[in-house]
Design a protein around this ligand. Structure first.
Ligand code: DC
Length: 218
């Protein structure tokens, strides 16, 4: 039997991580944060003095860096030189650099390959910006999360992070390669004013409904 992939895409601070983790936990699936993979590349480029504005240099990193996928506590990690830069990828510098590396078509090809390899770990809840449109377009389980800019900004500030979300979303939506957009057939969830418990319940109910429908005799 093929593994199931739940694709959760959406804008920055729309609750993708929180809800994807809750859904993965409830279903006993493996959680994959694809943003962390792009962040790891951006961090690696900054560490090694690679010009993040130079498309060829960034693409060359993907050809030569030494990476490995592992799964720890039902969460996939991308290791580079055997190291998981968990804290380093969340800095303001990395956040500012990541949309540049994420816009490079060769980077997106590399990431798509790696992200598809994650099915080796089991059924997945994968969050990102292009999971339903580009990485697993064949899945029947697609969700697109959004919330008002004011609410998303409040959430980031509550996490102690100051960043221009509108600018990052614009970059992610306007790039030529696999831009952020609502996947065909996705359930769109605007979770302004909702708690994570409410949003994840809504997602879980829809997954159960679709799972039951796919089991039903035709
Ligand atoms: O979800 P996040 O904030 O950790 O994502 C970091 C950046 O990576 C964000 O600017 C968009 C980009 N990204 C992407 O282009 N495609 C993905 N599948 C995941 C993230």
């Amino acid at each position: 039997m093929q593994n199931i992939v739940i694709a959760i895409d959406g804008t920055s601070a729309s609750g993708k991580s929180t809800n994807a983790k809750l859904v993965a936990q409830a279903l006993g699936y493996v959680y994959v944060d694809t943003g962390a993979m792009y962040r790891t590349l951006a961090w690696y480029c900054l560490q090694h003095g690679v010009d993040i504005h130079n498309v060829r240099s960034v693409a060359a990193v993907c050809r030569r860096w030494k990476t490995r996928l592992t799964c720890v506590d039902s969460q996939v990690r991308l290791l580079v030189d055997g190291y998981f830069p968990e804290k380093e990828i969340r800095t303001v510098e990395t956040s500012a650099a990541v949309p540049h590396v994420a816009a490079v078509p060769k980077v997106r090809d590399w990431m798509k390959r790696k992200q598809r390899e994650c099915v080796q770990f089991g059924n997945l809840v994968m969050e990102g910006r292009d999971i339903g449109t580009n990485v697993f377009p064949e899945t029947n389980f697609k969700f697109y999360l959004d919330a008002s800019l004011a609410e998303r900004t409040r959430r980031r500030v509550a996490d102690g992070v100051q960043e221009d979300l509108a600018r990052r979303d614009r970059r992610d939506s306007q790039r030529a390669a696999a831009p952020l957009m609502i996947p065909l057939g996705a359930v769109v969830v605007n979770n302004s004013g909702q708690t994570p418990a409410e949003t994840s319940e809504l997602i879980l109910n829809e997954i159960q409904r679709r799972l039951a429908a796919s089991d039903a005799p035709t």
